[in-house]
Design a protein around this ligand. Structure first.
Ligand code: BG6
Length: 479
């Protein structure tokens, strides 16, 4: 039978900084994202020292959800969402990050938002840190380079757990904690960890130290959360781009296997509660001095997660020996060894479209960890056209989502994977994380806003809106 459990969490996923706007309303402080300008495909976002008046920062207003949330939640309810994954803007609660007391106006906003969601039968699924570290913690302490920031994160987590303990059951600590394994792109270390690498430093060593602090912060938060409400389900969240060998040549196979450790290291620690040997060997081999404090091993052991959330957009393929010019220029998926996969097409932003990779991922994760999984991001970023009559036809998005849902159903029904839910990314159009653009749209609800910040912010339904509504209503039977 091709059915999903009755309580399968169909939803949508968002992140505070990408859709709320209101970046300095009601006492909110600046976060690491508030000093990033807009970029484009192939053009990196600029990181400015502070907010400069003559620059455009797309996340400052985003799509103004902060002031329009009732209207938007009503649309989510009309679509039939069972859950909404979003994050709590850390700087709404602690504007600088190291205050003794939280900002009541910020806490109240999320009380109101969660009440509004629950009123419509939509369960909030909450990420504590989705690229929204207070700028002050990054500038004053060097972000998660410093052990000090662990304390501030755990305090933030504790305040949120206490305040929303009766409204939120599903939590995640850090969004895509592992994307900073790609140290060639400074965006990831900055937004994940508030870290910039200084000249002469080894970026990978810095990344591992910050990562260690985040793993400790996550584990402490999990333990604290369980004390506050033992019913909480607290998960990890990783970005997953599976790596295929280009050929059956054993050196391609072994290369892919070794590189998969880039993907597994963080979830291995989150789920198992200890460092895997392959990373300890790397520290030894490379002479990395990663500082562990007394008691860290116990903290990690006690703070393992209940489920593994992950994003899945694409796969990548690697070859031990790149031959063609085209191959040499390709670094898709953050890997220098990546080459084009002849069996897979890509989006306009170069992201490969590989639904089978989702089933493959679900199986590899489930075999490895044997805990529930949650697909908390998946989607298709594309340019949409508004027709003269106002309609928006997005068959490519529907095709993308349909083919991925088909694969997740196989994973559940055929392979027996324990899957909690599916929350496609950007259920409403929002600011792109990597490029800061609006034109890279994922939503099923269109927002009239362009890359330069022009537009009425009017919301309208795309074809995918009605399509997803019937998918949810039929619990995945009508695709
Ligand atoms: C994930 C992030 O990396 O991918 C999201 O968790 C992000 O924040 C999403 O928006 C899609 O990336 P982009 O760059 O297309 O917005």
């Amino acid at each position: 039978m091709n059915t999903l459990p009755k309580d399968f969490l169909w939803g949508g996923a968002l992140a505070a900084h990408q859709f709320e706007g209101g970046w300095n309303q009601d006492g909110k402080g600046p976060s690491v994202i508030d000093v990033l300008t807009a970029g484009a495909h192939g053009v990196p976002r600029e990181l400015t020292e502070k907010v400069e008046p003559d620059k455009f920062y797309p996340n400052h207003e985003a799509i103004d959800f902060y002031n329009r949330y009732k209207e938007d939640v009503a649309l989510f309810a009309e679509m039939g969402l069972k859950c909404l994954r979003t994050s709590i803007g850390w700087t709404r609660i602690f504007p600088k990050g190291d205050e003794a007391e939280p900002n009541e106006a910020g806490l109240k906003f999320y009380d109101d938002l969660f009440d509004e969601l629950l009123k419509h039968g939509i369960e909030p699924v909450i990420t504590l840190s989705h690229f929204e570290m207070p700028l002050h913690l990054a500038r004053e302490f060097g972000g998660f380079r410093s052990r000090e920031v662990v304390r501030h994160f755990v305090r933030f987590a504790e305040v949120c757990f206490n305040r929303y303990k009766d409204k939120v059951k599903y939590w995640m600590t850090f969004n895509e904690i592992n994307n900073k394994m790609d140290t060639d792109n400074p965006l990831f270390l900055w937004t994940n960890s508030g870290v910039t690498v200084k000249e002469g430093e080894n970026a990978r060593e810095v990344m591992y130290q910050a990562g260690h602090h985040e793993l400790i912060a996550s584990a402490l938060a999990v333990s604290k959360g369980k004390e506050i409400n033992p019913e909480f389900q607290i998960g990890a969240m990783v970005s997953h781009v599976p790596i295929y060998p280009y050929t059956s040549n054993p050196s391609d196979v072994m290369l892919a296997e070794e590189l998969m450790r880039e993907r597994y290291f963080f979830p291995d620690v989150h789920v198992r509660g200890y460092y895997p040997n392959y990373v300890l060997k790397e520290f030894e081999r490379e002479g990395y001095n990663i500082v562990f404090e007394d008691g860290d091993e116990e903290i990690l052991r006690n703070g393992t997660v209940d489920y593994l959330g992950f994003s899945y957009y694409m796969s990548t393929t690697v070859k031990s020996d790149k031959e063609t010019e085209q191959d040499r220029n390709m670094t898709n998926g953050g890997l220098a060894q990546s080459v084009e996969n002849p069996y897979i097409k890509a989006s306009d932003w170069g992201w490969s479209i590989d639904p089978t990779g989702l089933r493959y991922t679900l199986n590899r994760f489930y075999d490895r960890y044997q805990i529930p999984l949650f697909i908390v991001e998946n989607g298709f970023g594309a340019v949409d056209t508004v027709e003269e009559d106002g309609s928006i036809h997005d068959p490519q998005r529907i095709d993308y989502l349909r083919s991925h849902i088909e694969e997740l159903m196989k994973a559940v029904n055929y392979d027996g994977v324990d899957l909690l839910g599916y929350t496609p990314w950007g259920i409403i159009d929002i600011v792109s994380f990597t490029t800061g653009e609006m034109k890279k749209r994922y939503g099923m609800i269109h927002v009239d806003r362009d890359n330069e910040g022009n537009g009425s912010m009017k919301r309208s339904k795309k074809d995918s809106f009605e399509w997803y509504k019937q998918v949810i209503a039929s619990n995945g039977e009508k695709l």
